[in-house]
Design a protein around this ligand. Structure first.
Ligand code: ATP
Ligand code: MG
Length: 249
């Protein structure tokens, strides 16, 4: 069994709560409402994982499966600058962007297929000195939510999502990679699905995602991240800030 890698988030409270950072060989789900900061955390980890281990990274490349067209290269550049200033390092934003491989997923079937493509790319990069140690799916559930509407299709949707998650877990295991998935929850009742305050995928995700994080807005640029589920860590909460520089204390 390979040594588990940990990716620091950029916020010490958050990292402490996670026992050092987001773990490889696991799926971490971050769920929360619209605008709560899920995509921001994803962008930040895509930067941080590329740093050397002594700076909380894994000297890694990144793959992002972008299902909502929310990947922003300019935001990555801002975060690189933020990290560079904070750590007193010289970082090349263009180089960091080159190591982020973004694939747009046009529907849920395509999204599932992209995990196979991710596996191929990870195999290619395995001995490159910059292997893929982070795979992000942002959002995991948006296509599924849009395509499977109505009670009768819920079982189908769960089955598909489950298959997808198995593919992601396999990716995590074979590449000693962290998998981060985002999942939007709604604040208001949703006419199509049962409990609107629970992330979709409910039960099945609950069993598959090893770490589950609930993120919510707080005052100003602050966000509260709650560790809801973990195989080995106590529940806890961390306050993070999302600023121009990215995710910080
Ligand atoms: P959704 O469910 O709609 O995908 P999300 O949880 O992914 O939402 P994000 O896109 O991560 O939400 O968060 C958006 C918020 O992040 C903005 O409302 C703002 O508060 C903050 N943010 C984004 N970019 C910046 C920036 N450059 N500087 C400071 N804060 C920013
Ligand atoms: Mg988002």
């Amino acid at each position: 069994r390979l040594h588990i890698g940990k990716i620091k988030t950029g916020c010490s409270e958050f990292d402490e709560m996670m026992g050092g950072g987001i773990e490889s060989q696991s799926i971490t789900e971050i769920y929360g409402e619209f605008g709560s900061g899920k995509t921001q955390v994803a962008h930040q980890l895509a930067v941080n994982v590329q740093l050397p281990e002594e700076y909380g990274g894994l000297d890694s490349s990144v793959i992002i499966i972008d299902t909502e067209n929310t990947f922003r290269p300019d935001r990555i550049k801002q975060m690189v600058e933020g990290r560079a200033n904070e750590l007193g390092l010289e970082l090349d934003a263009d180089e960091i962007l080159k190591n982020i491989h973004v694939a747009r997923a046009y529907n849920s079937n395509h999204q599932i297929l992209l995990v196979d493509s991710a596996m191929d790319l990870a195999n290619e990069l395995k001995d490159s000195g910059r292997p893929v140690r982070l795979l992000i799916v942002d959002s995991l559930t948006a296509h599924f939510r849009a395509e499977y509407i109505g009670r009768g299709t819920l079982a189908d949707r769960q089955q598909k999502l489950n298959k997808h998650l198995h593919g992601l877990q396999r990716f995590a295991n074979l590449n000693n990679a962290a998998v981060l998935v985002t999942n939007q929850v709604m604040s208001k009742p949703d006419v199509f699905f049962g409990d609107p305050t629970k992330p979709i995928g409910g039960h099945i995700l609950g069993h598959t995602a090893t770490f589950r994080l609930y993120i919510r807005k707080s005052k100003g640029d602050k966000r509260i991240v709650k560790l809801v589920d973990s195989p080995n860590l106590p529940e806890g909460e961390a306050v993070i800030a999302v600023t121009k520089d990215g995710v910080t204390d």
